[in-house]
Design a protein around this ligand. Sequence first.
Ligand code: GLA
Length: 394
Amino acid sequence: MRYPSVTGLPFLCLLVTSLFFAHCAGNETPPTGEADSTPVTATATITKAAYGTTSAGGAVDKYTLRNARGMEVEVITYGGIITSLTALDSAGNYANVTLGFDDLEGYRTNNPYFGALIGRYGNRIAGAKFTLDGKEYTLEANNGPNHLHGGVTGFDKVIWEASEVPSDTEPGLRLTYLSPDGEGGYPGNLSTTVVYTLRDDNSLEVSYEATTDQPTVVNLTQHAYFNLSGDFSRDILDHVVEIDADRFLPVDATLIPTGELQPVAGTPFDFTEPKPVGRDIGQSDDQLTKGQGFDHCWVLNSPSGSSPVATVHHPATGRYMEVFTDEPAIQFYTGNFLDGTLSAPGGGTYGRRSGLCLETQHYPDSPNQSAFPSVVLRPGETYATTTTYKFSTK
Ligand code: GLA
């Protein structure tokens, strides 16, 4: 029997092609190197696993999104919580850079909103009430006299319906939740969709949509706490932050904006040039005292979604995060209320300022402050906003 000749150039081509495909198929380890130049060596995946059961018997699943470069994001259907997000350092090592807990129990009890979706209203509403179209609505006061992050059972504590958005390179997870009329005191049935998409450029896009059947207010956000060192026993004071905002919102003693838009120039709140979080956080300053550190809303200069509104750099590991949004403001919170009582996975506890949050949003207390951009959503309108966290090294 004669075999076809496989010598010479055709053979070489066959060999190279086979080796290439064998490499693609067999590569299970995360690629290494600079994030942006990491070769695409695998197909993106989405996997689902049972995560736990709430005390009311609700089943909670965990989805793991992995892009073709090897970056992974884990999301649970309870609270739409990001339980892990891996980012490369300059040496090519992946580490989880978002604070979280070992299991569902950790998220159900005493979670300071680690990784969670926040709704219906991210941040505070003064006196836990507002008036819309002449009618007063009373919300749950869960932060002193004020309403915070949607109340006692906000969007961070409900189970979302999940569906996968498969892709060869950019896997996604669609989460939906129908908040019934009157929930938390808010008017209208609010139909909410949040889509997490892990992009091929190592960015996590979070897009939000909501519609209502009665006039209401809405201000959704994501409350991930980042520590780019990947070592949660360290604080974030060495992280270098830049925020493209010439003004911030000073607050009263209960962290409600006074209504003034104060220039950051000449204050510790000036992050228009990159600076370590720890440089000015200890200054004697009335606003820093009120927030016990940074816990304020910055008014973004030109949010567009196409250039970063904030960046975070961790020089020791090289990890770099850029935040893009079309929201008008960002709450920069430096984990001032973490006090060493919450357990971190793998041992130890979360100490003060072991994570920082950059929560894109409308201004706090907008329902009561008519000079602030409106947060009113009416029937027939669609609330739609997108925030992206992009990871690389420098
Ligand atoms: C937000 C608030 C903070 C604090 C945290 C959660 O970022 O602005 O004051 O409540 O959430 O602990």
